[in-house]
Design a protein around this ligand. Structure first.
Ligand code: GRF
Length: 190
């Protein structure tokens, strides 16, 4: 049994999709824990509804202690998934889980990556620059924002009539279609 921990800062629709994906089709993988830096994040309600334990942490325990690493080790976590998680992952956590942290970014990296490029900011920039396509990037996490090895990219078209909101909808569709599948594939290699 491979055990996942998902970090999310907001709504958590990707987290929910991943939980359901493995719940429905695999006894070999389970989402063991949801972690968030925001006590009022909607992902916590999703976790409760789906019967997955959750853990809220603050900046001090994330950046200035080994509390999270200890918790993940105690629970025998094999892979960390960042699904809409907005804080930079500290070096000690990356060192404790080398090549075992996966992130999804809502653009075709290296375009529209880096600090400040998250959520609607990404889609607004894509629309403002009149891009004809955008997409998702699923990648390993290293010490630089949006920099690690790319596992998968998927594209969608952007029309002149698109807004940041309609681009976000297209991106979410791609995320729901490919994120869990890519995690499943990667788990067979670690
Ligand atoms: C996703 O588009 C993800 O790629 C981005 O933040 C969004 C999170 O959405 N980094 P949700 O919380 O999973 O609904």
């Amino acid at each position: 049994m491979k055990r996942l921990a998902i970090f999310a800062s907001g709504s958590g629709s990707n987290a929910e999709q991943i939980i359901n994906h493995f719940h429905n089709r695999s006894l070999q993988v389970c989402v063991d824990l949801i972690l968030t830096n925001r006590p009022n994040a909607y992902v916590l309600q999703r976790a409760e509804k789906l019967g997955v334990e959750s853990y809220v942490f603050n900046r001090a325990s994330f950046y200035d202690s080994d509390a999270i690493i200890n918790l993940l080790n105690e629970r025998h976590i094999d892979l960390i998934v960042l699904a809409g998680f907005l804080w930079l992952v500290p070096k000690n956590l990356i060192a404790a889980f080398p090549n075992k942290i996966i992130n999804i970014h809502p653009a075709l990296l290296p375009k529209y990556g880096g600090k400040g490029m998250y959520g609607q900011h990404v889609h607004q920039a894509v629309v403002a620059n009149k891009e004809i396509e955008t997409g998702i990037t699923i990648h390993l996490v290293d010490e630089i924002y949006d920099n690690g090895a790319i596992l998968r990219q998927e594209k969608c078209e952007v029309q002149l009539s698109d807004t940041a909101d309609t681009v976000a909808e297209k991106i979410h569709k791609l995320e729901y279609e490919y994120f869990a599948e890519t995690i499943e594939e990667y788990l067979t290699k670690i």
